[in-house]
Design a protein. Structure first.
Ligand code: ZN
Ligand code: ZN
Length: 250
């Protein structure tokens, strides 16, 4: 499978990157993980507006889902051929209400469901197109999920937003590519059950036995090189910083 970083800025967009959004492709199927601020524009560098097959929202903080409001416009008011058929959207309890409220002025209370087929995520294992996905609750102030995507004997694990949690260690067990958030700086920010720092991301990767670590969700006010060095100090495998428009073959 192929992973492309659409956006990787943490909490708010940077001049260089949209917020969280990652495109996962295999067998011609396109699964988007998160659609944060600015992601819909960036996405169009990688595929057509209507080429997505499914969307997974890790949680309902704006930096992971708010461009779904813009995507609603593109699908509901489509100019070349009428309204789009509903695309599967996997998200936490209340996703439809959250997006409808954020949009503020949908034609009816159920308009979102005319173009999005909402599925409520719980910790579970299920198929999405050619992928087998595993979801686990992670440690964040709102209901939030990490996701493991498997295809052809390979796996990608995305932490979503989380503090330290055994659930993430298990989800990322022996994973081929671990896309892990590192929003905080070791020694500077220390708030439990919110975000990981670079060191904690590296320690999680070590505990999990991940083969490769890609740090993401680093906010513009944080020095990414510090987080990168902190992760490398505690994880023996390859570590790099996520960057927009970079792809990985897994
Ligand atoms: Zn976030
Ligand atoms: Zn969050």
């Amino acid at each position: 499978m192929k992973l492309t970083v659409v956006g990787c800025s943490g909490s708010f967009p940077s001049a260089e990157s949209a917020c969280s959004s990652y495109l996962v492709e295999a067998d011609g199927f396109r699964l988007l993980l998160d659609m944060g601020n600015g992601a819909l524009g960036e996405l169009q560098r990688h595929c057509g507006l209507y080429d997505l097959d499914a969307i997974f929202l890790s949680h309902l903080h704006a930096d992971h889902c708010i461009d779904m409001c813009a995507y609603f416009v593109a699908r509901y008011y489509r100019h070349d051929g009428g309204r789009c058929a509903p695309i599967p959207v996997y998200g936490p309890e209340g996703t439809e209400h959250r997006l409808t409220t954020a949009y503020a002025d949908t034609p009816t209370a159920s308009s979102m469901s005319e173009v999005f087929d909402f599925h409520t995520v719980k910790p579970s294992t299920f198929d999405v197109g050619p992928f087998t996905v595993h979801t686990e609750r992670v440690a964040h102030p709102v209901e939030a999920y990490g996701i493991r995507v498997e295809h052809g004997g390979k796996s990608l694990t995305y932490s979503g937003d989380t503090g330290i949690t055994p659930a993430l260690d298990e989800l990322a067990r022996d994973t081929d590519l671990f896309l892990c958030e590192a929003a905080f700086t070791h020694g500077k920010e220390d708030i439990p059950d919110l975000h990981l720092n670079g060191r904690e991301a590296g320690e999680t990767a070590t505990r999990a036995g991940a083969r490769r670590l890609v740090l993401t969700h680093i906010p513009p006010w944080t020095d990414p090189q510090v987080n990168l060095a902190d992760a490398r100090a505690v994880f023996d495998g390859p570590v790099e910083l996520a960057a927009p428009r970079v792809s990985y073959e897994i």
